[in-house]
Design a protein around this ligand. Structure first.
Ligand code: PLP
Length: 413
């Protein structure tokens, strides 16, 4: 069994922050191992909603009254919290979106439309989530550029030599995830950014799976764009972040039009636009969610991402050892650098059946294609079971999962 004794994480104390972890499912204590889809929310974050709607609910930026001032201060304060979380150089580089998906669509529709044309090339990887594939396919269909795919090896690691060979003078953008949601592969994005920049290309990093598990430094990575979602990092749904280097955001045209993103609107002369980041935040944003995201990032910061990452690595080690004894089980994704994701198939047992039966034991795992169909089909499967870990998971929960899995597989095979 993996040894947790050197880690200072007080998991019992930390779990008390999560009311949902006390509930039962089918009469059994909940064991929540679907964190790569959505992590659970600590009460400190839940309380933000009561506080906001109970005390200072108001539209931001335009108001001159006290409530509007307070809401604006809390909203803009979160921009600074996110800047620090990503180690961005300037809070103006932080754009609030609905999530990673919207952040990538923003880059595609604004930067992409302004900078890509027929004959250009965009590199994505086989590891991508559909949200970092489909926006580029939609745009390529309109503009006529080519999408080239960085291959993976049999472990689910990107082939870096092949990556370097894909570049031509027509390569304009690399769009790659930091950590794969389907397999947990951690990609060497700083090295990939260096290579992209050597060839004069930009790099967008989809950080949806990295933000909850390791400290992010967009400057050290050299990311031109970096995206993540609130609901995967102990925050609420409906909010996410696009980081973009200031000079790029400044040069980009607006994407959505409306209130908040303008300087002046005239029916007789061209409309002028707000400065970044507000140029990209049309309409009333998810104010309470943004403020709650800030609280979630503080919660994460109080524990410390290096400790969270180390804890999850130990959980992964424990789970990987535990499932090794289950007959017919094959792990997909065995890259040397892996985050807390265990994806597997079992000969003679459908992933969906495993997911449904293990839920009866109170254990929540995800089954399906994980929005990564190109990756799964390359590995010859259309679904896997995926257990994914968070700071509040315990070795005992992993034991319940493994015993449950063993039982379920025994019933199905
Ligand atoms: N990218 C990755 C790697 C993901 O894991 C996910 C969600 O699972 C997304 C993008 C999309 O995130 P959202 O649905 O929050 O926009």
């Amino acid at each position: 069994m993996a040894d947790f004794s050197d880690l200072t994480l007080d998991v019992a104390k930390l779990r008390r922050d999560f009311p949902i972890l006390d509930r039962e499912v089918h009469g059994k204590p909940l064991v929540y191992l679907d964190n790569a889809a959505t992590s659970q929310t600590p009460r400190q974050v839940i309380e933000v909603f009561d506080d906001y709607y109970g005390r200072y609910n108001a539209n931001i930026h335009r108001g001159l009254h006290t409530l509007a001032d307070e809401a604006t201060a809390a909203f803009e304060g979160t921009r600074e919290t996110v800047r620090a979380f990503l180690n961005a150089a300037d809070h103006r580089e932080i754009v609030f979106t609905r999530g990673t998906t919207e952040a990538i669509n923003l880059v595609a529709n604004s930067w992409g439309r302004a900078n890509l044309k027929a004959g250009d090339e965009v590199l994505i990887s086989r590891l991508e989530h559909h949200s970092n594939i489909v926006p580029w396919q939609l745009l390529a269909g309109e503009l006529g550029f080519t999408i080239k795919v960085i291959p993976v090896d049999e472990r689910g690691a990107l082939d870096l030599a092949a990556y370097r060979d894909l570049f031509t003078e027509r390569t304009k953008l690399v769009a790659v995830n930091h950590i794969s949601n389907a397999f947990g592969t951690v990609n060497p994005v700083a090295e990939m950014a260096r290579v992209a920049h050597e060839h004069g290309a930009r790099i967008l990093v989809d950080g949806a799976q990295a933000a909850p598990h390791q400290a992010i430094d967009v400057q050290a990575i050299g990311a031109d764009f970096y995206a993540f979602s609130g609901h995967k990092v102990y925050g609420p749904t409906g909010v996410g972040v696009l980081y973009g280097r200031a000079e790029l955001l400044e040069a980009m045209p607006p994407w959505q039009g409306g209130g908040e993103m303008i300087k002046t609107v005239s029916l007789e002369a061209p409309t002028t636009f707000a400065d970044i980041p507000h140029k990209f935040e049309a309409g009333t944003p998810a104010i309470a969610e943004v403020i709650a995201l800030g609280r979630a990032l503080q919660w994460v910061g109080d524990i410390g991402l290096p400790l969270i990452g180390a804890w999850e690595a130990r959980l992964l080690e424990h789970a990987t050892e535990g499932v090794a004894g289950i007959e017919g089980l094959r792990i997909l994704g065995t890259a040397p650098e892996k985050a807390g994701v265990l994806s597997f198939v079992v000969d003679g047992a459908h992933s969906q059946d495993i997911g449904l039966l293990i839920d009866q034991l109170g254990v929540a795992i995800r089954t399906g294609h994980h929005c990564a169909q190109p990756l799964l089909s390359w590995f010859g499967v259309d679904a896997t079971c995926r257990a994914s870990f968070a700071a509040y998971n315990t070795p005992e929960e992993i034991d319940v999962f493994i015993e449950g899995l063993d039982r379920v597989v025994g019933m199905l095979r």
